[in-house]
Design a protein around this ligand. Sequence first.
Ligand code: C2O
Ligand code: CU
Ligand code: CU
Length: 461
Amino acid sequence: MLALASGACAEPTSTPPPSAELVAFVDTNPATDIVEVELVAEPATHEFLLGKPAEVWAFRDAAAEDSLATIPGPLLEAKLGDRVIVHFENRLPEGTTIHWHGLRVPNAADGTPVSQMIVPPGGRYDYEFVVVDAGMYWYHPHVNGDVQVERGLYAPIVIHGGVEPDVAADRVFVLDDVKVEADGALSTVTQFLDIMLGRQGNVVLVNGVANPTITSAAGSRERWRFVNAANGRYFNLELPEDRRFLVIGWDGGLLPEPYETQTLLIVPGERYDVLVELDAEPGDELALRTIFYDRGHDIPDTGPRDIVTITIDGEGPTPAALPESWAEVTEIPFDANTPRRAFVLREVEAEGDEAEPTFTINDEAYPDSTPIFGSPGDIEIWEIDNQSEMDHPFHLHGMSFQVLDAAGASVPRLGWKDTLNVPQDQTMRFVVQFGGEGNWMYHCHILEHAERGMMGELMIE
Ligand code: C2O
Ligand code: CU
Ligand code: CU
């Protein structure tokens, strides 16, 4: 890697443009229905600013020859029904775990400190599960999460299966941002707002790169899968000139009925699977950008920000007709007698100069909180009542749910979610059917909030 000693040196003109290509794991198992990989978490360097390497923590595929740790980490790809075996080794200076966000895995593979022993430095843990849902997921540590994920430990998962629309390209965009000093290093200063809003960076990243360029064919249709891996940034995506996103999937896989939207809000932890039609001329350049979204606490509108540059090159194939039917999603049945559970989200200002704010669920700050209990197959309605001045993305481990309210929009849509934005001063409800036995966490996915109390435990037994 290129290491320039000081900012005084001119950047070499020969530096290749940063690439947003993701690298998939080497599958070490010849069986066609087993994906077996070797994952290491370790200190590494990454250039958020060109020519100015930062010290980061990152994932590496230990089975790939001469592999380097990358941000994001290696893409985990499998198909519906595959058995996935991940041999994990922790080479970080502190303990960690790996959580498979959104995948319905057995509790022992969920990768939280309530479902396994924390993997100490130098330690190993084998994760094993069968994939039961197609779609886009991601993996990240679940110990000291606001720090470990921010330093670069996150990576996408794509599970293939089900309806596959005809597209010219199928792309994964992992969204993040980092707070970087002038010398390229990750900032270690944590200010009040970094905690309040979740750390928002000055450099926005797509697949680890600031404003990467992709090349697309004129008139073609592409599939873009997004995951927001940022600690706190809300992405509100838009394409120029009224181009729309056709949303075909959410967190837990394809929707029964796709819908169009002009802006696509993606909160921390969420995933969206969309189709875009690139009607433009060869030679055109389009910017995918993120625009202001009022997430609370009077944050100012800092204007739109380009996050991906799309270069249109050559004529593409005319898109084929879209599939007539998409996913089958069975509605979880409920009625007036279905048990309801209320969760009140609050922010508690710190008293005293040095103290940090806490974030509570039902006025308790995890780990000093009361677990809730249920049995496999139970159906409940959860009401998340946000009594704070900012939005919180609520995430539940181990099972997906169906949302019963549509914040701002007209009607709730049917589909599977595991991460749901609960706007400031609003209540959002969802219906959930409990999955397998074990201790499952639920929490705000602004990781600074989760690590400061806004987390809880659901014990299914
Ligand atoms: Cu992606 Cu418990 O989180
Ligand atoms: Cu999760
Ligand atoms: Cu929060």
